[in-house]
Design a protein. Structure first.
Length: 255
């Protein structure tokens, strides 16, 4: 689906809601803001943009169609919920998007992050839980697991100034999903010339390869700081490698 068609569909759905005399549950709280209120993950061709049900997949599609900053957040009713992805999510391509997985963000503490689990692998390749191909995005308070590829991939020479903050990669803090279910090949992968990105304040464990892998010498000036790479929790597997650096001018520091 092209951006033009998606924007046209969203405009018609919004117009329908206005003509009906109100806004449907799951519509943007304000322009560019999307409240996920369902854990389902329907195929993209089955999404009804006017039904008031907002899934993570639909919210990303809407954000990619926006021409400006966007925010995806989660309804309090989804606290400690699990989104079991049926297939790979759309890559984040528009930029200036924040995904805040704290389902308790409206009321403050305690932080109650949402869990996003990768779809079953096709063969031995797997897919990433989230793929980032644009700049200026932020990902906070998200739990990612279950991918033979990895948690988050940031890729592309013009993909810069992204922030991964306070996320749990490969570890379920609620301890209701097993190590096998939560396992990742890699927590964060930065590749294809992506530069000036930051991984800050995350817990990354249970990765079969590296907790963080910065590939290729043209990935420059990325920052890894104040993370816990490897787990202090009894029974949680560490990483095969903590940080695998191939990029240049990477800053690693902070405790």
């Amino acid at each position: 689906m092209t951006k033009e068609l998606l924007r046209a569909g969203l405009a018609l759905a919004l117009l329908g809601g206005l003509l009906a005399g109100g806004s449907a549950r799951g519509e943007a709280v304000r322009p560019g803001e999307y409240l996920v209120n369902a854990l389902d993950d329907p195929d993209e061709n089955l999404i009804d943009y006017g039904d008031g049900i907002m899934t993570l997949r639909e919210a990303i599609l809407r954000a990619n169609a926006d021409q400006g900053a966007s925010l995806i957040k989660f309804d309090a009713a989804l606290q400690q919920g699990v989104i079991w992805l049926r297939r790979e999510l759309p890559a984040i391509t528009e930029g200036a998007l924040e995904i805040n997985g704290d389902a308790n963000v409206a009321t403050g503490s305690p932080v109650v992050p949402i869990r996003i689990m990768a779809p079953p692998a096709s063969g031995d390749s797997g897919v990433f839980c989230l793929k980032v191909q644009s700049s200026g995005n932020a990902f906070r308070n998200i739990i990612l697991g279950g991918s033979q590829a990895g948690g988050i991939q940031i890729s592309g020479p013009s993909t810069t100034l992204n922030l991964i903050h306070a996320c749990n990669l490969g570890v379920d803090p609620y301890a209701t999903l097993t190590n096998d279910q939560m396992a990742l090949s890699c927590g964060v992968r930065i590749t294809g010339g992506a530069s000036d990105n930051t991984v800050y304040g995350c817990l990354i464990a249970n990765c079969g390869r590296a907790g963080i892998h910065i590939e290729q010498s043209d990935c420059r000036r990325n920052i890894i700081t104040r993370n816990m790479i490897g787990s202090p929790e009894a029974g949680v597997t560490g990483n095969a490698t903590g940080i695998h650096l191939q990029g240049s001018s990477t800053l690693v520091g902070g405790v």
